[in-house]
Ligand binder design. Structure first.
Ligand code: HEC
Length: 145
């Protein structure tokens, strides 16, 4: 389904340890990072979304979200997708007011760059697709705002 996710699975399996009782302990590498520590640069905040909020863009964004984001962020955007449960930090809750208060430009920058364990989508999604998925996020999780 997702090439980025399969890479991630390899990383997780790579660091799994079988304890003497046969249980498997999974640890992800690196320190937990508070969400607030991940900030888009000022220049990114000012970028405007060039894709109008149309039914077509929302539809396209929905398809992009379900194929590339939902496994971690959950179908309702709350960050509780099945893959996300194993990640540290947990995937962000995209329905929170503090998240939605960011500009489309800041969100675009984050989707483009990623922040481990969130992959970068610079190569796997076109610029248009990255803006469309933001339209979907605004429509579905931000009540169209
Ligand atoms: C492998 C799991 C994974 C996938 C797939 C994934 N994310 Fe994330 N995402 C995360 C994690 C984990 C974080 C928190 C990263 C951090 O704070 O360091 C995050 C954070 C974010 C943020 C920043 C939230 C904030 O508070 O500013 C945005 C925006 C985001 N993801 C959007 C997306 C979109 C859109 C997609 C699909 C194109 C996607 N993510 C796919 C795991 C994932």
């Amino acid at each position: 389904m997702l090439s980025n996710l399969s890479k991630l699975a390899v990383v997780i399996i790579g660091s799994a340890m079988v304890a003497s009782n046969g249980n498997i302990a999974i640890s992800t590498v690196g320190k937990p990072i508070a969400l607030s520590s991940w900030k888009a640069p000022h220049s990114a905040w000012k970028k405007k979304n060039p894709i109008p909020m149309s039914a077509a863009a929302i539809q396209a964004g929905y398809a992009i979200f379900s194929q590339n984001c939902e496994a971690c962020h959950g179908s309702n955007g709350k960050g509780d997708g099945p893959t996300g449960a194993f990640l540290n930090p947990h995937p962000a809750n995209l329905t929170k007011a503090s998240f939605l208060a960011q500009t489309d430009g800041a969100i675009f920058w984050k989707i483009t760059h990623g922040h481990s364990p969130m992959p970068s989508f610079r190569d796997s999604l076109s610029r248009k697709q990255r803006w469309e998925v933001i339209n979907y996020i605004r429509h579905a999780f931000g009540k169209g705002k």
